[in-house]
Design a protein. Structure first.
Ligand code: CP
Length: 339
């Protein structure tokens, strides 16, 4: 079952893994989905514990990781900053290095989630996760941070493979901004663009002025596309962006000015975003697409990012993708944490 040696490998973004390694995780996830409780999988993490460290709340991530550990015969611990005594800019306490070196002695893997409101500048969450990874031998898995959400990216493409065929080469995915009151992190969106471009998909990005993503990420997506014979394009046309798309991914994200002044200006972000009401994925726009599938990592902001009709329509695959989180995480844990 397990062919490549991925034991101990961190997963902070799918971009850090080879395509062959990602494909191995996807194929194992598909096998685990088909034979969910088969004895070949139910003892993989026997007597082992996965540490889940959440700075932010979650529905899917916590439940799917906890259940994944159980289904592999192991256990998952739920940890929050308030259950530890970590040093921060405002409080005295333990360093990340000390905490990481101790956690490394207990667990078989460490998952970390740190999102927009727990940092003061874009990239701080990534730095924290990478600092844990530097001091841990056990694999460190991002459970969503300000830049990336690798398990979500794997779950997304597992859903696209099921609904459009295993070869995603040449398919066009539109990632479009959606208005709303959430001022979300860039993580799910950037991860999706990275993994889709590595699997040969044409990646289209649509957003209003002021909502550009990190330049380095865009450059990497462009490079991935050119290496894989696909195209990257950008537009600020909220309607024409849909033309010919095979998959539409609509999601709110914060503006370029979100951390101006050294903290997240959530109120300003929300006020600005709620005015851009043209930016919603609706039935009319979906008609311009190539009968596109609707994709979203959830939680969905219905009535803002997307209409109820599209989110609950026959082309929506949001629940399949949410289910896939369980299967891909089981595969990643088996590949990186088993003996
Ligand atoms: N998609 C996702 O990560 O969902 P949660 O925030 O509920 O975990």
């Amino acid at each position: 079952m397990i062919k490549m040696n991925l034991k101990g490998k961190d997963l902070i973004t799918t971009q850090d893994w080879e395509v062959e390694e990602l494909m191995q995780a996807l194929e194992l996830a598909e096998e685990m989905k088909k034979k969910r409780f088969s004895p070949e999988f139910t003892c993989i993490l026997q007597n082992k514990s996965f540490l889940m460290f959440f700075y932010n709340p979650s529905v899917r991530t916590r439940q799917s990781f906890e259940i994944a550990a159980t289904e592999l015969g192991g256990h998952a611990l739920f940890l929050e900053p308030k259950t530890m005594r970590l040093k921060s800019k405002k409080t005295a306490g333990e360093t990340i290095e000390d905490a990481a070196k101790v956690m490394d002695r207990y667990g078989c893997g460490l998952g970390i989630r740190i999102l927009e409101d727990k940092i003061n500048a874009y990239g701080e969450g990534e730095n924290i996760i990478r600092e844990y990874a530097e001091h841990c031998n056990i694999p460190v898995i991002s459970m969503a941070h300000d830049k990336y959400h690798p398990c979500q990216g794997l779950a997304d493409v597992m859903g696209y493979r099921k609904h459009t065929g295993n070869d995603l080469k040449g398919k066009t995915i539109l990632h479009t901004w959606g208005h709303g009151a959430l001022a979300r992190s860039h993580c799910s969106l950037q991860e999706s663009m990275l993994i889709c471009s590595r699997l040969g998909m044409n990646v289209r990005l649509a957003h209003p002025e002021g909502y550009a993503l990190e330049e380095d990420v865009i450059n990497t997506v462009q490079k991935n596309c050119s290496e894989n014979g696909s195209e990257f394009s950008k537009t600020d046309d909220a309607v024409q962006a849909y033309k010919g798309a095979d998959i539409v991914y609509s999601r709110n994200w914060m503006s370029e000015k979100a951390y101006e002044g050294g903290e997240l200006n959530k109120q300003k972000e929300v006020e600005k975003a709620l005015k851009l009401t043209d930016w919603i994925c609706d039935e009319k726009k979906m008609k311009i697409s190539n009968n596109a599938l609707f994709s979203h990592p959830m939680p969905v902001d219905r009535g803002h990012e997307v209409t109820d009709g599209v989110a609950s329509g026959s082309r929506s695959i949001i629940y399949d993708i949410a289910e896939n989180r369980l299967h891909v995480q089981k595969a990643v844990m088996a590949l990186t944490m088993s003996d």
